[in-house]
Design a protein around this ligand. Sequence first.
Ligand code: FAD
Length: 317
Amino acid sequence: MKVTEHIAQAKDTLISFEILPPLKGKSIESIYDHLDPLMEFKPAFINVTYHRSEHMFKKRADGSFEKVEIRKRPGTVGICAAIMNHYNVDAVPHLICGGFSREETENALIDLNFLGVDNVLVLRGDAPKNETFFEPDPHGHRYAIELLQQVVNMNNGIYQEEDLQGGLKTKFCIGVAGYPEKHFESPNMQTDISHLKRKVEQGADYIVTQMFFNNQKFFDFVAKCREMGITVPIIPGLKPLTSKKQLTVLPRTFFVDIPDELASEVMKCKTDKEVEEVGTRWLIQQSRELKQFGVPVLHYYTLGKPNVIKTVVEAII
Ligand code: FAD
């Protein structure tokens, strides 16, 4: 079922989770171990992130180094199929522009359609870790809106090869990303939201946001989107703060602010266990407020912390 259908039929705020594919070499059991404790909350859907390959240097026998491309977390499409089969719940694969040609994307979408996946979250992706700027694949897309257009085309039976026979029309419900604290490359919020609006005009059905720790930023973002004519559902993305290190890592990696009140409490903690308790309490409070505000879904980035998410969801349902 489509994410938008889940939202339309919901009588209360829905819950959804997001997971990462395991590192190459790990089994699907690691995904089940991660999700099992959360399934009692009957998530409406589960997102699975998509990862590009990274450039690495591999040592040759003669001691010299060779530059290789390694994709550490493959398996998004397979994991989505496994989740749907194992739990009978909708899976939402992420798709990214970076590192993929239009044809590879088309083939992934064909696989997803054959597997009965109804949803995709389309994203640009970022530059590989050791590179500063995002560069598209020579045969790929520069912006998420181009990837979105490819999915919309396939929903209309239009493929990369013009003379394709068959005309299968896919029916993907399409989500896109939004940034309550602005995307880091955007000159200002107005410009960023105008690009978001174009994605919605081109066919995006809903928006999921980057994590944030100050609800007021989300409320302001929703107000600005509505003022600029974006009417689709906006789903808040939520992550617990669970270690002191994250006070610097999260702002540096995701360009999000940690409110002073939360940062001060975390600074007082002596162990990461204490930080986890502070982060859990904060996320419970955030979730309650967002629920009261009327968000359609509370979307939790579980990232190795299913126990924390379990405590949070238990406290708010
Ligand atoms: P875009 O919409 O392409 O925007 C990128 C930048 O370009 C923005 O500054 C925007 O304002 C600007 N822009 C957009 N369109 C245009 C245009 N036509 N002309 C000029 N400027 C434009 N990354 C992964 O690699 N894998 C994942 O699974 C993943 N999941 C994510 C899930 C969520 C909910 C979020 C919020 C992010 C996720 N990301 C993921 C990270 C995401 O790929 C990065 O944040 C990336 O930098 C931007 O992606 P986007 O889809 O917002 O890009």
